[in-house]
Design a binder for this molecule. Sequence first.
Ligand code: NAP
Length: 325
Amino acid sequence: MQHINLGDLRVSRIGLGAMGMSHGYTDSGTDEAESVRTLHRALELGVTLIDTAEIYGPYVNEELVGRALKGHRDEVVLATKFGLVSHGGAGAWTLDSSPDNIRSAVEGSLRRLGTDHIDLYYQHRVDPNTPIEETAGAVGELIGEGKVRAFGLSEAGPDTIRRAHAVQPVSAVQSEYSLWTRGLEERVLPVLRELNIGLVPFSPLGHGFLTGTIRSTDEFKEGDFRYGNPRFSGENFQRNLRIADEVQAVAEQAGATPAQVAIAWLLAKGDDIAPIPGTKRVARVEENTAAESLRLTDEQIDRLSSLPPAAGETHPEGARQMLER
Ligand SMILES: NC(=O)c1ccc[n+]([C@@H]2O[C@H](COP(=O)([O-])OP(=O)(O)OC[C@H]3O[C@@H](n4cnc5c(N)ncnc54)[C@H](OP(=O)(O)O)[C@@H]3O)[C@@H](O)[C@H]2O)c1
């Protein structure tokens, strides 16, 4: 496994997103043993970047990751996120990146993860009620105390990234980026490169869509966040199937799987990019991690890059308002 830098943090070229093991998808949280095996297999394969958040569950995903990493803590760069749970009473899915809330959040995350430090601590969404300078300052204090090693942002726009970075250097921005979600290429990516900040694409498989295994939404159960997502709805979904078909066609040509092609396309975008495909299955972490050695030809990359934009927004309206793009 190759490694790259996110700011000063050295991480494996491909990470592992743990969210779906507990939260967000049909069958999340149903097979903890396989989830733990998946995390262990990832470590054996050389994956060092493990991604979770306090909101996943909430809390249970951090607990799962903490249990699985017992005895392996020093092998990984452990990333988690604050800012979508308000510990002052308002609870889950409330934006709160105030310094007091971050202080409460970090103690809970450290306890659930069974560690004395978080390697990469992201603000999960920009909080319009807290100046980003205050948030950055609070994370800077945690870094000074040794509770956090590096600061990250998620779905932050260029101005917020610059303001935060001026107070406390940002090591990584984690935002949705994949073959069908490319909005950050124009305005965000140049700023990251100017400031030497790494990019961690989340949902690099388009919530599984780009793997070609989702041909209908009938199987989605309640609680699956693709249910009600505009890209997975009605006419949009039918139109988007053409994108999955094209990824499949390139995969056949490349002798790889569509998931591997979707990941390899991201890797080809630069050595400051470390995607975190999510899976709760051993076989798939093996498949996804093997994308590291897939080299797409220039022609294949061009063909993928010229795919039509996806039909439909990335998120339903409420969640979309939390994105700064
Ligand atoms: N910062 C943020 O706001 C944010 C938002 C969303 C996600 N994230 C992070 O990003 C990580 C990845 O994103 P994601 O999980 O939403 O989306 P993703 O990685 O694009 O896709 C995950 C989905 O694809 C399926 N899958 C994985 N590998 C596959 C393969 N080889 N073939 C077929 N299906 C496959 C998974 O099912 P199985 O699990 O059943 O394999 C799961 O349903 C998350 O785990 C989380 O850590 C961050």
